[in-house]
Design a protein around this ligand. Structure first.
Ligand SMILES: *[C@@H]1O[C@H](CO)[C@@H](O)[C@H](O)[C@H]1NC(C)=O
Length: 251
């Protein structure tokens, strides 16, 4: 019951204030330490693979930020603007961790994320952080964005195609284990995945989650390769690529 309670808590989107976030983080840490094996705990680390860059934009332009953070366990990313969380969540791959419980796992990879702000206003200026969290440690990459120019009116946000906000860039996991390939979008979408140019069918070893993630059970060596996730709505679609390496256990 305790596991379920924490799962519900952690799966809710993070929109709260820093105090609430700190509380969620603390509970996550406790739970993860119980779930992750000794190898993971001993090797827990995070590093910035692609940092944010400072930029100057003109009012009315689209701000597009990109960052990549990697490590063990592979992190989930969220964004802050002047300290307030504006995108992303802290949903760690619990389904995977629970499936791999008692087995050796690698849980190593790089997660990529983009933040898109259409029609920049003066209020969008400031400090942006791309924050990686893996249940053991947190790391962030920061950038200052200046907004300059005359005040402009913004067109009402038209119905737009989905934008992929976060995905697994690369991932390594052991033969026989379960892996989660993350893919999430800024708005609800219909998700499809392909591997080896073939559509992946829901069922059997494959589970496509409502939020976009693909879970693969009982990894085989033949699962190694590039996967593509596509988010589609009535206005268009967006695709991201992820690469899965198959490893063996450390013993
Ligand atoms: C942005 O503008 C400021 C002030 O004009 C300047 O000092 C800075 O170098 C600019 N940054 C970039 C990334 O162009």
């Amino acid at each position: 019951m305790r596991v379920l309670g924490i799962l519900v808590l952690l799966c809710s989107p993070v929109t709260g204030k820093p105090a609430q976030v700190a509380q969620i983080r603390e509970q996550t840490l406790k739970f993860i330490r119980e779930l992750d094996n000794k190898w993971i705990v001993a090797h827990a680390m995070l590093g910035v693979a692609v940092p944010l860059k400072n930029s100057n934009v003109t009012t009315g332009e689209t701000i597009k930020l990109h960052c990549e953070i990697g490590g063990t366990p592979n992190p989930i990313l969220h964004w802050t603007h002047n300290g307030e969380i504006i995108q992303g969540d802290m949903m760690i791959n619990f389904e995977e961790k629970l499936s791999n419980r008692g087995k050796e796992s690698t849980e190593t990879g790089i997660t990529a994320s983009t933040l898109t702000i259409p029609c920049a206003q003066f209020s969008d200026a400031g400090k942006y952080s791309c924050v990686g969290f893996n249940g053991h440690t947190t790391i962030e990459s920061n950038a200052m964005i200046l907004v300059d120019g005359n005040t402009v009116g913004c067109k009402p946000e038209a119905e737009t195609a989905p934008i992929i906000t976060q995905w697994t860039e690369t991932r390594a996991e052991n033969i026989g284990n379960t892996v989660t390939l993350v893919c999430r979008s800024d708005k609800p979408a219909t998700w499809t995945w392909t591997f080896d140019e073939q559509p992946i069918r829901q069922g059997g070893r494959y589970q496509i989650m409502e939020a976009g993630d693909l879970i693969i059970h009982n990894l085989e060596f033949a699962d190694l390769g590039a996967y593509y996730c596509t988010a589609t709505n009535e206005n268009g679609k967006a695709t991201a690529e992820t690469f899965l390496h198959i490893t063996r256990s450390h013993s």
